[in-house]
Design a protein around this ligand. Sequence first.
Ligand SMILES: *[C@@H]1O[C@H](CO)[C@@H](O)[C@H](O)[C@H]1NC(C)=O
Length: 219
Amino acid sequence: MKLLTTCLALLALLEYVSAQTWYFLTFTTPAGAYISAYSGSFVAPPLPEAATYYLWPGLQPPDNAGVLQGVLDGRSGEWWIGDGYCCSNPSLAWGSGFNVPNGQTVDFSFSVDSIQDGTWGTTLSSSGGGAATGSFPLPTHPMNQAIMAIELYGVAWTFGQFAFSDVVIVANTTSTAWCTGGPYNYENAAVVSLSTPVATVSGGQTTCKIASIILVEPA
Ligand SMILES: *[C@@H]1O[C@H](CO)[C@@H](O)[C@H](O)[C@H]1NC(C)=O
């Protein structure tokens, strides 16, 4: 649940020291435009063992001060998911959550009441009946990056695909290339299967819809 550092050299060093491995996709809005909502669904893959598997959708501001994220956490040996803002600036309590059996679908949403000075409302629910809501006041942290991440410590990506569906990202811009161009794939580390992103512009906002976006396997 560490935030994605801006310093990739440091990241490489951290990987070496702690056997930390990242795979992530990022949709980044144009400069001066921000995300007001991000939602979708994903399937919890089979958890191989109790270990630090963090799989998550999340949002990050331009200065990468932290990550608002819904983290599927494998440390106990059974997936648990909760929303939180990692890791400081501001320090906020982690939200409530629930266990997710392998193969269950989780719906997530993040939405803010005011881009610049807002409080993010979060929801999580599972096909098995789990549900949690959260509220994260994050003024001065407008979000410009919508992320899908696999974050691993001391374990490898052996669990198969991490599949998202019905992803929707709303941003206050009339430009659409940030959506239709597809996500940035960190170090091309993941094989990605993506349906064509569809951008709709209305009222000064772009709604970006991706029916299916799958982190398939390590590249
Ligand atoms: C998006 O909203 C922020 C916060 O209200 C504002 O500062 C910015 O100018 C807006 N960007 C665009 C492109 O409308």
